[in-house]
Ligand binder design. Structure first.
Ligand code: CO
Length: 221
């Protein structure tokens, strides 16, 4: 029953006020979150809950497959407001294993409008096809793309003019890439954090990796 949600809301608001009578008055006056969360719309990944933060502590943007597309007005509006007005200290891109959006992009099947939204993930799958083809288990392949997708979104944010300008102004701001497991409720840091313009971009880190050593066809003996 949909009306049940109003009953639940009444109980929730009453509980909050009982614990802290000033709670809503204080919250209504202003928000001062330290974090911007960019996560997937998946109902099993509730941003505030999994990091144990209260209303007012996390500015949240969610979409299918936690994308941060450089041309998306919705995402860019959120990003600019978070960086320039709220002055968040951390931007967290949080993917999750078994993401349905990633699964759809990797499958190569047609699903309609969502295929356009998921095009960056499909491009990633083609880019890394050689490596992905070597993984026989489809779920394992999905999970690797889930991680790679987070790295790509971190890269988008690190290259974003709002973020570059903030760093040029000396504003403290870090960008992080995390992944969440629905299986056990735990977060994992993908260790791709960038704290300012001095940091090498992920691209540069990738490019610096030495190419795989070719076995020399030596002369036996
Ligand atoms: Co998802």
């Amino acid at each position: 029953m949909i009306s049940e949600l109003f009953d639940r809301n009444l109980r929730w608001a009453a509980g909050r006020t009982r614990m802290d009578p000033e709670y809503f008055r204080r919250l209504a006056s202003q928000q001062g979150p330290e974090y911007l969360w960019i996560g997937c719309s998946d109902s099993r990944v509730p941003a505030n809950e999994i990091v144990g933060l209260d209303p007012g502590e996390l500015f949240v943007h969610r979409n299918v497959a936690n994308l941060a597309p450089p041309q998306d007005a919705n995402f860019l509006s959120v990003l600019q407001f978070a960086v320039e007005i709220l002055k968040v200290r951390h931007i967290i891109v949080c993917g999750h294993y078994g993401c349905g959006g990633v699964r759809a992009a990797l499958s190569g099947e047609r699903h309609g409008l969502i295929d356009h939204w998921l095009q960056p993930v499909a491009c990633l799958c083609r880019r890394d096809a050689a490596e992905l083809d070597g993984i026989l288990d489809f779920d394992a392949r999905v999970n690797l793309v889930c991680e790679r997708n987070v790295l790509d979104q971190v890269e988008n944010i690190v290259g974003n003019p709002f973020v570059r300008d903030a760093w040029d102004r000396g504003q403290p701001l870090s960008v992080h890439g995390w992944i969440y497991s629905i299986q056990d409720g735990l977060l994992r840091d993908l260790e791709t954090s960038v704290h300012g313009v001095e940091e090498p971009s992920i691209h540069r880190v990738r490019a610096q990796k030495p190419p795989p050593r070719r076995r020399r066809r030596g002369i036996a003996g």
